[in-house]
Write a new protein. Structure first.
Length: 475
């Protein structure tokens, strides 16, 4: 983050002015530092780590290459230390501020950015709010997000309450959410109950949601314990917390998560069961379908859902997720396996999802469906989906359809879909539908949309096109 690469905001220029004034007031301390530094050359060096109140203390020794324990755990590459052999993390406050005030004058690049990062995180150990204010303005002006995350992390380890209050007052929504999430991830890793208890003091739902995301990332070690605590929360906050905590666990081990959920009361199962079934079906559709009783038999161990509203919700979510994630496999299961009962209601969804992947293959599949109503549903979904992505290719396919009823269905979907972007072309091809009731119905929809875009052109079409004669007002 350099002056050349990021414009200096008024607030950030103010921070640099404060830094310069601070440095001038600490000239004596800086001179003393260099005198001591000169005398200490050739002897064993020590890392300096500030205590919670900002005072310095001797840390563990540094080897002759200058590798030391780093407060912010930044992986400092040796190639980035060319500006000074002594580690940035060992600088006293006055010299640190002096070095930081020189950042705008340095050439842009990785070395300068890394130096600024280490200086600001070191500053946060002395005066966290000042350092975080600086980092916020820098990131707001275009610096890497890591500058704010690392600074806030240092503060959160020392005083998470103050850090969370500061983060909740930031004006930028995206940076506020990032800062709050960082604070709560660190807070929850050391004091989960305290972090959760503090949520009620955060202003605004967005801030609490960001905090929950941070807590969730720190709860993976003990998901059952975190969920047990979340079950006791009131109403909407409980549902939001459960969904966030449950999400990462069910993606890692859906069967164990399902066994846990099966033992929960209905009010806990309802908001979670659909999400679990949907995610599980993306990972292992057969297991998810068996668990939700959409499929009978299989290798699943552990409890299945009892028949009822919760089970039906899970089944619907599992089947829907299977269709959207692997429509071709879902089509095979529903046409040749035990899923035949779901096919009439899902055929359009299968066709639409499959069209996004391979429209030619699904078109061949749809043409072979025996039942007229199911085939028409598939053809209409293919036409609509394909028209949205590539209307010219869709039209070429439609013109090659041999069965008249299928071609009429495809033209109707084509016209209805295209009307929003090209009503004139949509009207022309809708008028080519050979079945009069379907043609009139489609043209009515297209002309209605056309009138909202270009009423004059729509009126002219109605007055001149033979297929639109039924729309003309009788004298």
């Amino acid at each position: 983050m350099t002056k050349a690469s990021v414009p200096q905001s008024p607030k950030r220029r103010f921070y640099f002015l404060i830094l310069e004034l601070t440095v001038l007031s600490a000239v004596g301390g800086g001179a003393l530092y260099f005198a001591i530094d000169h005398q200490s050359q050739g002897t064993e060096q020590y890392a300096v780590s500030p205590s919670a109140d900002g005072r310095e203390g001797r840390g563990e020794s540094v080897d002759e290459k200058g590798s030391i324990r780093k407060l912010s755990k930044i992986a400092w590459k040796p190639s980035l230390k060319t500006w000074r052999q002594r580690s940035l993390e060992s600088l006293p406050l006055n010299q640190l501020l002096k070095e930081l005030s020189l950042i705008p004058s340095m050439a842009p690049g990785e070395q300068t950015d890394a130096k600024e990062l280490s200086l600001v995180t070191r500053w946060a150990a002395f005066h966290p709010e000042q350092a975080c204010n600086y980092a916020y303005q820098a990131v707001f002006g275009g610096a890497n997000d890591r500058l704010l995350k690392e600074s806030v992390s240092v503060w959160a380890r020392m005083d998470p309450i103050s850090a969370s209050r500061w983060a909740s007052k930031l004006q930028s929504p995206i940076l506020r959410d990032m800062a709050i999430g960082t604070v709560y991830a660190i807070w929850a890793s050391s004091n989960h109950a305290g972090a959760m208890a503090s949520l009620k003091f955060l202003p605004g739902f967005a801030s609490r949601s960001s905090a929950l995301s941070g807590i969730t990332s720190a709860s993976e070690r003990d998901p059952k314990g975190a969920l047990a605590w979340a079950e006791k929360l009131p109403g909407p906050l409980r549902e939001k917390t459960l969904l966030q905590l449950f999400g990462s666990w069910m993606r890692r081990d859906p069967q164990v998560a399902a066994e846990w959920l099966a033992e929960r009361p209905v009010e806990i199962q309802i908001p979670l069961v659909g999400k679990l079934a949907s995610e599980w079906a993306r990972k292992d559709p057969q297991a998810a379908l068996i668990w939700s009783r959409a499929m009978a038999g299989g290798p699943l161990t552990g409890p299945q859902l009892a028949f009822g509203p919760v089970q039906r919700r899970a089944m619907d979510a599992a089947v829907g997720s299977f269709v959207s994630s692997d429509p071709e496999a879902a089509a095979v299961w529903m046409t040749t396996g035990s899923g035949r009962e779901y096919f009439p209601q899902r055929v359009a969804s299968i066709a639409s999802s499959w069209t996004l992947i391979d429209p030619m293959s699904v078109a061949v599949w749809a043409a072979a469906i025996a039942k007229d109503s199911e085939r028409n549903a598939a053809v209409g979904a293919i036409s609509s989906t394909w028209t949205r992505s590539d209307p010219l290719e869709a039209l070429q396919w439609i013109q090659g359809i041999q069965r008249a009823s299928d071609r009429n269905t495809a033209l109707s979907s084509f016209g209805s879909t295209l009307a929003a972007s090209d009503p004139e072309l949509a009207a022309y091809w809708s008028s080519q539908i050979s079945e009069r009731p379907l043609r009139n119905e489609t043209l009515s929809r297209v002309v209605s949309k056309w009138k909202s875009i270009n009423p004059g052109a729509a009126a002219q079409f109605v007055q001149t096109a033979p297929a639109a004669a039924f729309l003309r007002k009788k004298p």
